[in-house]
Write a protein that binds this ligand. Structure first.
Ligand code: SF4
Length: 280
């Protein structure tokens, strides 16, 4: 198979190997026989003077890290009243509400809330799962190696998280804004409490297309318990916005062969975006 230059750049950006038919080189002449040399006698070791035993060097012990005791505790809230309040918020109010949120137990262990990044009028919205350790420390979604892979995937289809017009710069958000301890799976009650924030973010961004990455993002958005493998490959819809399902970059790092499937999903997303018309 031969690739044009654009396809080659996309595949390389995603870390997919570009396969080319190998060129068959003419047979090289047979190497000349090697005459094995006679074994060389090693000189006898001189008797060494006794070596003094090494003096043990004390290894410095790291001082214990002073972990601050959290003073945040969840506050019981009326879920429907809170959801109605969030549904009326503008960007500034929403950001402030997330930063101060104590609606579920995840507030206790977080270092930072992870609100989301990107263009608030983006045509593309990327939705991930829950913050991991680095996201919690940096307050930004999709950082570390998985974040680099996501950036490469976006770059391969002409998108960026960092800058650009609403056609080029995406908005990235997570289903949960606080990190579950030890990266455990989100609990249904936590997802339910955090849901109004993501719903409001989608309403404010009004994307032309949503790319849902990872099991919890997909199941949350589509209200489905089916596996990603059964949901990907077709166009879903949430509140009139087309949704394409694909694997989380962290999963792709552990399962590189499935990058080819993720590439198919990106191609489907591009086609769907282009067919969706302009933002009203
Ligand atoms: S995970 Fe969501 S609902 Fe829970 S405390 Fe954080 S922002 Fe609030």
């Amino acid at each position: 198979m031969s690739w044009d230059e654009r396809q080659r750049r996309m595949l390389e950006a995603m870390g997919l190997r570009v396969w080319e038919r190998p060129v068959v080189a003419p047979a090289a002449p047979a190497p000349a026989p090697v005459v094995s040399a006679a074994p060389v006698q090693a000189p006898a070791a001189r008797s060494a003077a006794p070596v003094p035993a090494p003096v043990p060097v004390p290894v410095p012990v790291a001082a214990p890290v002073d972990v601050p005791v959290s003073v945040r505790v969840p506050v019981p809230v009326d879920r429907s009243a809170r959801a109605e309040e969030i549904a009326r918020m503008d960007w500034a109010a929403l950001r402030e509400s997330v930063a101060d949120c104590r609606a579920c137990g995840l507030c206790e262990g977080r270092k930072n809330t992870v609100f989301g990044v990107g263009n608030q009028a983006a045509e593309w919205m990327i939705i991930g799962e829950a913050p991991g350790e680095q996201e919690d420390l940096q307050g930004e979604p999709f950082v570390g190696e998985a974040g680099k892979l996501l950036d490469n995937m976006l770059r391969a289809i002409g998108l960026s998280r960092a800058d650009g017009s609403p056609e080029q710069q995406v908005f990235i958000a997570n289903t949960l804004k606080c990190r579950p301890p030890r990266n455990r799976n989100p609990e249904p009650g936590e997802l339910a409490q955090c849901e109004p924030y993501l719903r409001r973010q989608i309403e404010l961004v009004r994307p032309r297309i949503i790319l849902a990455m990872g099991r919890f993002a997909v199941q949350f958005l589509l209200n489905s318990s089916e596996a990603i493998g059964r949901l990907r490959g077709r166009v879903h819809e949430v509140n009139g916005v087309p949704v394409i399902v694909t694997y989380h970059p962290a999963y792709l790092l552990r399962n590189p062969p499935d990058k080819a499937l993720a590439w198919d999903d990106l191609c489907l997303a591009l086609e769907t975006h282009d067919a969706a018309g302009t933002k009203s």
